[in-house]
Design a binder for this molecule. Structure first.
Ligand SMILES: [Zn+2]
Length: 394
């Protein structure tokens, strides 16, 4: 049988079940007692949650094969049955769609990139359908995977209302109020979860990355836009209206350059890719056309170009300090395609952060983590798994 879309629902829709599943998924395999401790539940509640999940084949429980017999009876560990189901995740950028097919453990099994010939929703949906078909075909033909495909997650930059499945405003795609979940579900025949791309990446970092085990952290992405995903008390913050953590539009210079959002001197208007290219053109008079050319010029040591990157770093550092001052995260993870310029503005990010962070907020651990777009797509698949296990329910 081929890995085909199939209607299947998670057996129990209680918050405890979702929590037990995500704890085992992100931190397992674990003994039941440890699941209880980490999920903050009673052992009885864990037993109640685990039983239907084992019966449905989503979890398994068995002896720890790695335990040495000399230590006595081997512990029984609960683990996610990765091969039980498949999920798809797609990250849409301004010029391509990056798709992955994952197992139930959210491990990437297949990855594909397709260019976007056009940013019109209809054209993007056609590429999405093509990408999904290619991923499913490769899963079947090359890997022989036959598990059911239970959901598709799509990650798009901008203001995305996950609950409604609507892209309210995506500047890079020039979309407004596109009911993407409904359209993609009709096109691909799968339950679809649509989320902001940085929030999706934040879910992947929370479950499997540098945010694992932390209750409060932020992911800041530097690139075409400046984005931020926030985890507070263990939950990814979506905000009452789907907008939260927009540090790209924190004002760092009220007299600064105009931003596409309508304000002036936003972090993104100084440190976004397009802003850097434009400022370098103005500073040097050279015909700089894209981020790659801008980067090459700064690496060649052209003073005007280097100054633009230094100012961008200072703006990003102040944006990060704002996050640290408001929420006091344990860690800020800086990622995004803009990290290729990190050597040009790392010092300025650090200095501006330390100068603007108040008191102990400056103790926040700021680290950089280059994450390829497949990892963003994996985050989109993680949001589809979240929706499936109802871990997104309030
Ligand atoms: Zn702005």
């Amino acid at each position: 049988m081929s890995p085909t879309p199939r209607a299947e629902t998670f057996p129990v829709n209680t918050p405890a079940t979702a929590q037990v599943f995500t704890t085992v998924l992100s931190q397992g395999p674990l003994p039941r007692l440890e699941v209880a401790r980490r999920a903050g539940l009673s052992p009885a509640a864990v037993t109640k949650a685990v039983r239907p999940l084992i019966e449905a084949g989503y979890l398994t429980e068995g002896a720890d094969e790695d335990a040495r017999p000399a230590l006595g009876r081997p512990a029984h560990l609960v683990r996610v049955a990765g091969g039980r189901a498949l999920f798809l995740g797609v990250k849409v950028t301004g010029d391509e769609a990056i798709g992955v097919l994952t197992d139930l453990c959210c491990r990437i099994r297949v990855a594909r990139h397709l260019p976007l010939p056009d940013r019109e929703p209809r054209a993007v949906l056609a590429v999405l359908a093509d990408l999904v078909q290619q991923l499913l075909a490769e899963a079947q033909d090359t890997l022989g995977l036959t598990a059911p495909v239970l959901g598709l997650g799509i990650a798009v930059s901008g203001d995305v209302d996950r609950a409604e499945g609507v892209v309210r405003y995506s500047p890079f795609l020039e979309w407004r109020d596109i009911p993407l979940a409904e359209l993609a579900s009709m096109t691909c025949g799968l339950p679809v979860t649509v989320d902001n791309d940085v929030r999706a990446l934040t879910v992947a970092e929370q479950w499997f990355g540098a945010g694992a085990g932390l209750s409060d952290f932020a992911v800041v992405t530097v690139g075409a836009g400046i984005g931020c995903g926030l985890v507070v008390h263990g939950r990814v913050v979506a905000g009452a209206h789907g907008v939260a953590g927009e540090i790209g539009h924190v004002t760092v210079d009220p007299a600064g350059p105009p931003c596409h959002c309508g304000n002036r001197g936003c972090v993104e208007a100084i440190a976004g890719e397009a802003a850097i290219v434009r400022q370098i053109r103005e500073a040097t008079g050279a015909e700089v056309t894209d981020a790659e050319a801008a980067l090459a010029m700064a690496h060649r040591g052209v003073a005007g170009a280097r100054e633009v990157y230094a100012r961008a770093g200072a703006a990003i550092g102040r944006g990060i300090a704002t996050v640290a001052n408001l929420l006091g995260p344990e860690r800020v993870i800086i990622s995004g395609e803009g990290l290729t310029a990190y050597d040009l503005f790392a010092e300025q990010i650090r200095n501006a952060f330390v100068a603007a962070a108040f008191g102990s907020a400056a103790r926040c651990d700021v680290l950089t983590r280059p994450l390829p777009f497949e990892e963003w797509a994996r985050g989109a698949a993680a949001t589809a798994i979240q929706s499936f296990v109802r871990a997104d329910a309030p």
